[in-house]
Design a protein around this ligand. Sequence first.
Ligand SMILES: [Zn+2]
Length: 469
Amino acid sequence: MTNDLRAPLKGIVIDPGHGGNDSGATSGNFQEKDFALEASLYMYDRFRDLGIPVALTRDSDITLSEPTRVNEILAPYGNTSDVLVISNHLNAGGSEGAEVIYALRNTDELAQLVLQEIGNEGQIMRKYYQLRDSEDPSQDAFAIMSDTENTTPLMIFYGFIDNPNDIQKIQENLIDYAEAVVRAVARYYGYSYVSPDGEKDNIYIVQSGDSLWSIARKFGTTVDAIKRLNNLTSNTLQVGQKLLLPTIEEELPEPDYITHTVVAGDTLYKLAATYNSSVDAIMKSNNLQSTVLSIGQVLRIPTSGEIETPPVEENVIYTVQKGDSLWAIAQRYGIRVDDIITANNLTSSNLSIGQKLIIPSTSTAPPTTTTYTVQKGDSLWSIAQKFGTTVSAIRNLNNLSSDTLSIGQQLKIPSSSTTPPTSTIYTIQKGDSLWSIAQKFGTTVSAIRSLNNLSSDILSIGQQLKIPK
Ligand SMILES: [Zn+2]
């Protein structure tokens, strides 16, 4: 399927950087030219599978002079802007993450999409940018951009060959990063993307009366997921607009890890029970040789991260997840805490993991939120502070699976009108720790400590604690 709104695409020329006598960047036995060729050959096959015209500047380890390389780029499809050039590279210099360079004559849209998709595969997104020649700033720094006439070139750097984390990621995931580029390019040019597993993009045409919220509900996904997938910056839709919807595969939860710092009294068995994990899984995830833990030790705890999506029925049934609070759930569904308490005849605000809650559909309107664009230096914590809310409320509202933010990312922030009461009282149960309570209420140990003026972390059963909200 092609999308008339998109720029036409005559063909793609894939350029494996360097080659032959020119190894590109090296580190130990690693040579940039080999990775560039591997990614390029993979992409070439994938674009052919998708029915997109594609050519290569080299398909083996040969030396290309700069003029020859430019000729190879211009030969297959000519020199117009509907020819995309993808030049594959690794970086060097000790930094970490992926970069995309685009030409001075082009806009940043595709470069941004490509970097975003590589980021979705777990690579750090450093930047997408233009690079000017230091002697003649009216020109691009690289011949592959300055000498390729009107084509649309991208230089993609998948990581730093001399950074240990990057080279490990590249050895393990280069094909996934290459696939990410294929996905970004296919979607950008309006081709229906089909994954290597045969999973097809799911296209929905906006009908009169639709909102992002109603579409998300109908297809069991989230407004955020739709916006991300379609690179939407606003919630405004037009009738007839084509929207990409997440396929079921894309919505499957990533293996989920929770970080736990060992406190006095912790055992692997206790942690496994607390987090619905197993001793074996925790030992494997941390390469533990013994079951002895030391206080302060940081463990990665694998959990079964099931994402609940609201079904279409009038009353939604929600299964309580780790870290949930009534307030966070209410926020997620745009209703009041009292609505949940009433609908479920709750006598306490304590929730247990796995508990089923009726979410009354008193409101089909989206939660009242404001949108905040992440700035340099922001963290979830600083944003939560700024808006008088909690990290977990922001996490829940945006379905964040990680706390890593990128500059320019848009976050929904619970609005002040639905800001929770400042504190609530909790009675200590057997097995509670400050940490588990903080998790349960989406707050932090130090916030509970300071609200209650605690000088020690030792709790007694029946003790009453004020919990900040
Ligand atoms: Zn290079």
